[in-house]
Design a protein. Structure first.
Length: 265
């Protein structure tokens, strides 16, 4: 830097010296020029060295960044390895527990197998006894089948006799039906004197009462849901929907019917 300042001073004084033509000043000027050239060369060298140092610093920084990345990668790998080791340890402990359970189950199964082996001999004896019983039952079944064949033959013979009796009974029945028909013609059909309801229209949940009076009937019923009733009576009902009730009175001569409708609002 001092050489650069000297050169600047020389430049500032160069023109007056040239005008005066002083040889000494010319020599100083030449010397200054030489020093300036030397300073320029030193400056270029310093700049070159600075560039080299910068390149080296960049290379070092790049190498440092690469090493930092490698450290991060190694740290990540270490963490993953630690996690893997933890998982392996957990899996190992779980496998130990499962192995202990399997060992306990194996011992229990061995104990059961021992018990089954002890029970096998009585069961084998029971099987032999059941086999003997089966053979005896098969022999009895053969005897029973033979007896069934004999009874079937007897049944066929008796069936022929029954057929003859049925033919005789049919002839008697025809004669009897003629007599019964004459009697039925003389009987009057049932008479329904009344079949009423106190409320033909009700709301859901309310009640209505059916009343009736019938004569000359053997059986009386009301449908649906009520069934058999007497010839004189009443029944309180609470239908959930509109329903038509039919009073049916029957005897040997026939039947009589009357309907009443209860509307549920």
């Amino acid at each position: 830097m001092s050489k650069i300042l000297i050169f600047s001073s020389v430049i500032a004084l160069g023109f007056p010296l040239a005008l005066t033509g002083c040889a000494k000043q010319k020599a100083e000027l030449e010397r200054a020029k030489a020093e300036l050239a030397s300073a320029k060369a030193a400056l270029e060298k310093a700049r070159s060295e600075q560039g080299d140092h910068k390149a080296k610093l960049d290379a070092v920084a790049q190498a440092r960044d690469g090493l930092a990345k490698q450290v991060d990668d190694l740290t990540t790998a270490r963490d993953r390895l630690q996690q893997t080791l933890t998982e392996v340890a957990d899996s190992r402990d779980k496998q130990k527990e499962e192995l202990a359970e399997m060992t306990g189950e194996r011992d229990r199964l061995q104990q059961q197998a021992s018990g089954l082996s002890a029970a096998r001999d009585p069961l084998q004896k029971q099987v032999e006894e059941l086999t003997a019983s089966r053979d005896a039952a098969a022999a009895e079944a053969q005897k029973a089948q033979k007896r069934i064949d004999e009874l079937t033959a007897q049944l066929q013979a008796e069936t022929g006799k029954v057929r003859d009796l049925q033919e005789q009974f049919a002839a008697v029945t025809e004669a009897k039906e003629g007599i019964e028909t004459a009697k039925i013609e003389a009987i009057e059909s049932p008479t329904i004197h009344s079949f009423t309801t106190t409320q033909p229209r009700i709301s859901r949940g309310q009640n209505s009462t059916l009343s009736w009076r019938i004569s000359n009937a053997d059986r009386v019923r009301i449908e649906p849901d009520i069934g058999a009733v007497g010839a004189l009576g009443s029944r309180t009902i609470a239908p959930s929907k509109t329903t038509t009730y039919t009073l049916i009175a029957t005897n040997k001569a026939g039947e009589s019917r009357v309907t009443r409708r209860i509307e549920v609002l």
